[in-house]
Ligand binder design. Structure first.
Ligand SMILES: [Cu+2]
Length: 360
């Protein structure tokens, strides 16, 4: 069976505070956006000549065989950001639970949209629009057949919604013109529906211009566990995405998993040799048609969308278009460090790479 459910999750005060502050912060977002291209350049200049640790040729632009200079070495300020990508990996939000008259489980969440300046590379802040002040938004988790009630509060200066993938009534679809439609700044609504089908899904804002609302950071993982559970495993969430720091809608300048480019190069994902590792892999990347996941030194079972209990493939590389997702299950035979990255090498070199550290 799946890992036992932890005690009831409590929404932190910080989400609420940020909700209240959202309107006040919004005024600075535009100015930050305008300065971002310069900031990225300034960051590269600032690290010119910094040793990169591999002893290879390092060009003036921090490239060469070592890639960007922030791939190794300096990191972002996670405390100021208010979330940490290592914690995001295993942070499952089961909501507040109660029993309904018919015996089913009711799960309730309060989710807050807010505008946040997030440091995505050393010295580079991105004016993000977020769910619960983080990128990606919280991983909402339930069991098939549960009743779900999501109260959405818009503390951002922009209109937003929450659109869930899954099977639900039209008025709960979280798009303009359906149910409460677009939720204006300061407004709120309730999305309520049953959890189906079991599998790995996602949610995201569905307000136009849709590409920008998603690219700004408004997406998260939505896991519906099968009633019978899945075998015990060390479970990890990885949301693939990008940052279009120039806001031109032409591709992305940085790529990441769980909010910060290169993060798992600085802090490898620690797993145990021989233990089943289950990665819930979601592609939320905007502006590029496909993304991919490649694992070194190992193969994995792949369950597309997680809606079947039998894998479709045993492989070391999969591709996902935007909105596609799937479960990767692996066991590491050998200890040591093993890379994982987009096999679109351009994305890897711009941040979408990391390491597993396999320990005994
Ligand atoms: Cu939005």
């Amino acid at each position: 069976m799946s890992t036992p459910e932890p005690p009831e999750h409590e929404n932190t005060g910080s989400s609420r505070r940020r909700f209240l502050l959202g309107g006040a912060l919004a005024g600075t977002a535009g100015a930050a956006a305008l300065g971002l291209g310069g900031a990225l350049t300034a960051s590269a200049e600032g690290t010119r000549g910094t040793p990169t640790g591999h002893g290879g040729h390092s060009s003036a632009h921090g490239g060469g065989v070592t890639g960007p200079t922030f791939r190794t070495g300096s990191t972002v300020d996670h405390t100021t950001n208010g979330f940490h990508p290592t914690d995001v990996l295993r942070d499952f939000d089961y909501g507040r639970t109660s029993r309904m008259a018919d015996g089913r489980t009711l799960r309730e969440w309060d989710i807050y949209a807010s505008d946040e300046d997030i440091e995505i590379a050393p010295g580079v802040t991105f004016p993000a629009w977020t769910f619960d002040s983080r990128i990606p938004g919280p991983t909402l988790r339930c069991t098939e057949g549960d009743r779900l009630r999501v109260r959405f509060h818009n503390g951002s200066a922009h209109p937003h919604t929450m659109h869930f993938h899954g099977i639900h009534p039209a008025e709960m679809d979280g798009i303009p013109g359906a149910g409460d439609g677009v939720i204006e700044p300061g407004g709120s609504t309730v999305y309520e529906f049953d959890a189906e089908p079991f599998g790995l899904h996602l949610y995201h804002c569905h307000v136009g211009p849709l590409a920008e609302h998603i690219a700004r950071g408004m997406y998260g993982t939505f896991i519906v566990d099968p009633k019978q559970g899945r075998p015990d495993a060390d479970e990890l969430v990885m949301v693939m995405h990008g940052y279009n720091t120039t806001f031109d809608g032409e591709g992305n300048q940085l790529y990441a998993v769980n909010g910060v480019p290169f993060h798992y190069m600085h802090e490898p994902v620690r797993v145990r040799r021989g233990e089943l590792v289950r990665v819930y892999l979601v592609n939320a990347l905007e502006y590029d048609p496909i993304n991919s996941f490649h694992l070194h030194g190992n193969f994995f079972d792949y369950y597309p969308t997680g809606t079947r209990l039998e894998p479709s493939e045993f492989t070391d590389t999969i591709v996902q278009a935007q909105g596609q997702r799937g479960i990767c299950e692996m066991r590491f035979k050998y200890p040591g460090q093993f890379m994982f990255h987009a096999h679109k090498t351009e994305f890897a070199e711009l941040g979408w790479m990391g390491m597993f550290e396999v320990v005994e």
